[in-house]
Design a protein around this ligand. Structure first.
Ligand SMILES: [Zn+2]
Length: 127
């Protein structure tokens, strides 16, 4: 490396969290958060938290407002099942049969069929 100066590595960006209500960004230690029931929540790698959504806010007032929004949202079992199915279908490993889908989601066939029906009934309208 003769003749070349070594450049200092760029500093790692500080992690920031986003208030789910107002969008302000803050360091994680300055935010408040809580879990609320949400039947659309099934995140990859977080099966134990299925049906729970982590809310993050910049202050207690905004966290309370977010809690109220989710309190008014109905918890629909079929929506949670559909979210679990979608997570598995997007996981990268092909699912070829209903049995495979059942094994991966922990759902029984009637639940899978109800979830698919719910999903199809809630597709956004085509333009
Ligand atoms: Zn906020």
């Amino acid at each position: 490396m003769r003749g070349r100066k070594r450049h200092a590595r760029a500093a790692e960006p500080l992690p920031l969290d986003l208030c789910d209500l107002c969008g302000v960004t803050l360091p994680p230690e300055r935010t408040v958060s809580t879990y609320v029931p949400d039947s659309s929540a099934a995140l990859p790698g977080r099966d134990a938290y299925d049906g729970l959504r982590l809310l993050t806010a910049c202050c207690e007032q905004h966290l309370t407002a977010l809690r109220e929004q989710y309190r008014a949202r109905p918890f629909v079992q079929e929506e949670l099942w559909a979210a679990k199915i979608e997570r598995e279908l997007n996981a990268g490993t092909p699912v070829l049969t209903m049995t495979q889908l059942g094994c991966r989601t922990g759902l029984h066939e009637p639940e899978i069929r109800r979830a698919i029906a719910w999903h199809n009934a809630h597709l956004p309208p085509r333009p």
